[in-house]
Ligand binder design. Structure first.
Ligand code: G3H
Ligand code: 13P
Ligand code: ZN
Length: 384
């Protein structure tokens, strides 16, 4: 069933495990992600970023999509999650990742998202509080959960690049929860987005611990989120480069550190890059092991675009030839079906070990099956 994200994070917090959240960029990926969560009996948080909504809406320049296109994409993602998740035995939440505007938040609520992030981390503290509070006022009447962000992560965050990070102040995080009424908060504590997180990154776990302690002390009932948490498995990097890719300085967060922070304050762990890498590796293998596919009328263009951009590992940049498959799930021929299988298997391979290692594996029955309407009633009663 579809649930607000809050229900999934409440269980993770109460039972002391980490709940991963995975970025989705096609109908096939959504189907595969729900399937592997079901098989492992884990609750599921699937997320679409602003760029994913634009891409799924059909925007060629998806990093700069307009609102109308994002509305179309948000609905397509929402419909796909409903198709595979509404009757699923596991609780599934669909979350907007790094939402930038209230219009985007609204488009996602209308499109069927059960949770939204409003990322005001690049604003002043006061403006971030004000924007996040508005998002809460917009979302909570629908029972939709809200995640904010405080502190700046190094690396590329959506289109905003920051060379250095500003770590979250634990006491300010408590104030942020109190002033905004948000359900979850992304903190900056040493992770960063993308495949170049630096070798041997050490998470400042003390920031997560201190923030959670301050929250408990002040009776704040919220959840902490770790963005930029891909593990960048080194075999993916090795295999991609052995097939002609050019990934340099690609290192992620050591999974043991994520397992550790999941036990001491972090409830939600965001992963996107690992999926992109696994899908890219699978597609390179497909075309190299089956050279005739390089000339396929329906998918040959994918290979040509990949070959021309060996540093790229974001599948959205080379799948233009099969957009109806990506956005609507249509599979017109056997060659396209092979590409879809590569994407699905990339999702399954990268997600499964994290569900087991972070501990959400076999915990789906601990999540309260609360509907959006029931959650809306709770917020109303509590005045948030
Ligand atoms: O945090 C950012 C996510 O990796 C989403 O990336 O904005 O390129 O879809 P995107
Ligand atoms: P990665 O780039 O480490 O996968 O981070 C994903 C993320 O934080 C999505 O919000
Ligand atoms: Zn993020």
């Amino acid at each position: 069933m579809l649930v607000p994200m809050r229900a999934i994070l409440e269980a993770a917090d109460k039972h002391g495990y980490g709940q991963a959240a995975f970025n989705m960029n096609s109908v096939g990926q959504i189907e595969a992600a729900i399937q592997i969560h079901e098989l492992l009996r884990s609750g599921a948080i699937l997320q679409g970023a602003e760029a994913s909504n634009a891409y799924m809406g059909g925007a060629e320049d998806f990093m700069h999509g307009d609102l109308e296109t994002k509305k179309v994409g948000a609905k397509r993602i929402g419909d796909a999650v409903k198709k595979y998740g509404a009757d699923s035995p596991i609780p599934v939440a669909l979350h907007l990742d790094h939402g930038k505007t209230l219009e985007s938040v609204k488009a996602c609520i209308d499109g069927g998202y059960t949770s939204v992030m409003i990322d005001g981390s690049s604003l002043s503290y006061e403006d971030n509080v004000a924007l996040t509070r508005e998002a809460v006022k917009l979302a909570h009447p629908y029972g939709v959960s809200v995640e904010g962000e405080l502190g700046v992560l190094a690396g590329v965050e959506d289109h905003v690049f920051s060379a250095t990070s500003t770590y979250t102040n634990p006491m300010q995080a408590v104030d942020f929860f109190k002033k905004t009424g948000c359900d979850a908060l992304a903190i900056s504590y040493g992770t960063c987005h993308g495949a170049s997180k630096g070798k041997d990154t050490k998470i400042r776990r003390e920031i997560a611990i201190a923030t959670k302690e301050c929250m408990m002390h002040e009776g704040v009932n919220g959840f902490l989120v770790s963005h930029g948490s891909s593990t960048v498995p080194q075999e993916y990097v090795r295999q991609i480069n052995a097939m002609g890719g050019q990934l340099e300085n690609a290192y992620g967060i050591d999974v043991a550190q994520l397992v550790d922070v999941a036990k001491c304050g972090i409830n939600k762990i965001n992963v996107d890059t690992d999926i992109r890498l696994a899908c890219t590796r699978n597609l390179m293998e497909l075309f190299l092991n089956n050279p005739e596919l390089q000339e396929s009328a329906s998918i040959g263009a994918i290979w040509k675009t990949m070959r021309a951009n060996p540093k790229n590992f974001d599948p959205r940049n080379y799948l233009q030839a099969i957009m109806p498959t990506i956005t609507l799930g249509d599979v017109p021929d056997a060659d396209v079906a092979k590409v879809v299988d590569c994407m699905k298997n990339g999702v399954i391979e990268s997600i499964a070990p994290l569900l087991v290692q972070f501990g959400s594996y076999r915990k789906s029955d601990l999540i309260e099956p609360v509907t959006l309407e029931q959650m809306a009633d709770r917020y109303k009663k509590e005045g948030i």
